[in-house]
Design a protein around this ligand. Sequence first.
Ligand SMILES: Cc1cc2nc3c(=O)[nH]c(=O)nc-3n(C[C@H](O)[C@H](O)[C@H](O)COP(=O)(O)OP(=O)(O)OC[C@H]3O[C@@H](n4cnc5c(N)ncnc54)[C@H](O)[C@@H]3O)c2cc1C
Length: 381
Amino acid sequence: MSQPITLTEEQREFRRVVRQFCDDKIAPNAAEVDRTAEYSWENFEALKSMELTSLSYPVEYGGAGASLVDQAIVAEEISRACVSTSLSFLISKLGMLPVINFGSHDLKSKYIPRICSGESQCSYGLSEPDAGSDVASMTTRAVRDGDDWIISGTKCWITNAGISDLYTIFARTSDDRHKGITAFLVEADWGVQVEKLEHKLGIKGSPTGVIRLDEVRVPDFNRIGEVGEGFAAAMHTLDRSRPTIGAQAVGVAQGALDYSIGYLKERRTFGRPLSDNQGLQWMAADCAMRIEAARGMVYRACAMVDEDDPTGELSMMGAMAKAFASDVAMQVTTDCVQFLGGYGFTTEFPVERMMRDAKITQIYEGTNQIQRMVIAKKLFG
Ligand SMILES: Cc1cc2nc3c(=O)[nH]c(=O)nc-3n(C[C@H](O)[C@H](O)[C@H](O)COP(=O)(O)OP(=O)(O)OC[C@H]3O[C@@H](n4cnc5c(N)ncnc54)[C@H](O)[C@@H]3O)c2cc1C
């Protein structure tokens, strides 16, 4: 196991700046984004103006080259204000991780600068209607045709569907369950059709959709990595992205607790503030303890990514951080609704949105059951 990490003074200052930005530009729109269930281009433009779209991409390709710990700080702070908007920040990195780690130099040179400038966004097309937890059961096919590939199939639950102009698509290139999958970077204009957008419990400002590729022609130039390397690339990517889902979870939990503390100090019952009651103080203390434990795990997992997995324990640590933090987010946001009583149950106050938004962190990038399978696999060999 790597050592626990402490943030540097520079990182603490960075957090202060990002928090101020989120308080000023993101938080004021959060309730409206949730109510209208529409993607906020205004918030995306705000992220661009802070140069956050380039934060964690390699310097060589126009990025700022920041660490995953830095990326987690930003994901946490945006999620403290609005989880939907944190996806505008995170999703392209998820989509581009296979390109960064497996793509050719020419592919990176062509597309990463577009992502960094905010001109393009990229979605991650792994899940299918009958291949969610069991992704190796995918049926989307890519067939070689001269210098191109012809891709046909349906991908579901695609974050940023219809907003992204780039899609990383995992497709079957042979019948071998794991070694028969290859990844491609597909431009939306080549024929990616959005078939349906989902109506969801939370993260309503982040579109999630079903996309269809009907004999879409993709040049071999846009193949990511070797033929048959797609499944390995998908798992490698999730190991390096899951810690940032943990960061979303920590952020939304912190946002709900911060709001609740202010409320508990203001609201009076039986002639005194709610915060005078030890029963509620201890509930809040439990929330704070859990959030801090989750934050520590998330930063450790991120540091392991930054150190390129020195001990080979990243898969397990990333799974632990994601599952633990998201379970904490669900517990804490539920308690925060309780702190506000009936008011907490209404859309007048942000905690019910935060509770709904927290739920997704237990589901995507592998459900928490799947995370426990990853952890158990490491334990039992
Ligand atoms: C809002 C949203 C956004 C998403 N964004 C993306 C995206 O951008 N790109 C993408 O590719 N995917 C995305 N996903 C898909 C997500 O990763 C899957 O929904 C998730 O992996 C679960 O797959 P499933 O929904 O098919 O559930 P299933 O695999 O059908 O699982 C159903 C339930 O059974 C449990 N389960 C399954 N197998 C086992 C087992 N062996 N042991 C114990 N329990 C088990 C699961 O934990 C779950 O509780 C998104 C999903 C949502 C809801």
